[in-house]
Design a protein around this ligand. Sequence first.
Ligand code: BGC
Length: 460
Amino acid sequence: MAIQRGLRFPEGFLWGTASSAYQCEGGNTNNQWYQWEQQGHILTGEQCGDASNWWRAAEIDFELAEQMENNALRLSLEWSRIEPAEGQWDSAALDRYRAMLADLHRRRITPIVVLHHFTDPLWFAERGGFTNEANIRLFVRYVTHVVQALHDLCDFWMTLNEPNIYAILGYQLGSYPPGESNMLLAMHVLRNLLQAHVEAFHAICHLQPQAQIGYCLHYHLFDPASNDSLLDRAVAGLQDTFFNWAALHAGETGRFTFPIDMLLTPIARASGARDYHGINYYTREMVRFDPSLPAELFGRRFISPGAIRNDPGKEGFFGEIYPEGLYRVLKAVYQRTRGNKPLYVTENGFSDTLDDRRPRAILEHLAMVHRAINEGIPVRGYLYWTLADNFEWNEGWGVRFGLVEVDPATQRRIPRRSASMFGEICRANGITESIVERYAPEAADTIFGRADVAERGIAV
Ligand code: BGC
């Protein structure tokens, strides 16, 4: 019997992809992102339009997920369809979601349903959205309505996608709607979102005690430009704390760290209000001290020279492909939460139209997930962003994250090499030597490591 190198994942590990309603469904004209688009903010000048046509035919892509033997699929519900006007419910919209979820079950794919992924109904935005604490009850009422209607088809809920991105990009950096530049307001929005999660968590627990309920945060690494510079280390640490750890800490304990906690009311009933930690990770940036940038907390961010990169997009935001970052984030979340809940990688993806870096990037990131699991960190699933190309917020169709290529003009699907590779990984519940040989032979040593090969080898 030959011993081959391989990385096997635990039984029952969830393999799948993640997506969101606005980016995939098409025809969503009743939320603040549609309005933002009408105001001309999409950098490519495009319209979301039919997106990737999921409202009519998501099942075409679900079939591709089934062919890849995915056992999980994360999608989101569009609040503005389900409650198009305040207190008015559209049962036809819920029926369409029922059909999608039932279709996933038929394919033996576990649906992971996100209740809020960046979009707010216009009527909710007009009432001040999450800037106003009094509006939290409206979100909880929507969540309650949905869970009552769909609980027989879903028991894995995610209340919010990336409250830190929604708050910081929308209310501090102004690059997402409503385009505000007010750090204090951004902190209030983040606080209200975390409170909204807690309230929704308790409401769902009441209706469906056995459900898995959590939310995910976006983790972005900030490393000092020079480790020898105290100032670079200080400003990188400041950005790291502000962007990544303030939200996690507040979600866990109900309080922001000093001095932010002086300005915000604590989050009530936060302790224990989640069944898992959802982790979205994409990239890292280097940070150099720069006294001329108070709004950036005195840190100038840049992409590490010589790094392998994602396709940049117009904002140049999708920077370095840095696999070790995923391991570092998993470990940090595990340590900061004292291992109190399992972890899921709820998003990790690469913009790579030509698909010439993605296969290796997926393999190297998965090797880092495996490393974390080997060290006893309970990572239970990996969701690649995204199944089929979709409308990337401000970047429109300008960057492509899909395992499957989509031509938005014809809605034609062309699976990329990454799709067949991901299928092989899901089928094997791991990474085999043969997969690496065929998709990224140049990375075999970084994927399998050198010294501990024998220990991690699997008999075939
Ligand atoms: C968001 C997705 C987005 C992806 C790639 C994540 O932060 O949740 O909606 O498409 O990043 O930019």
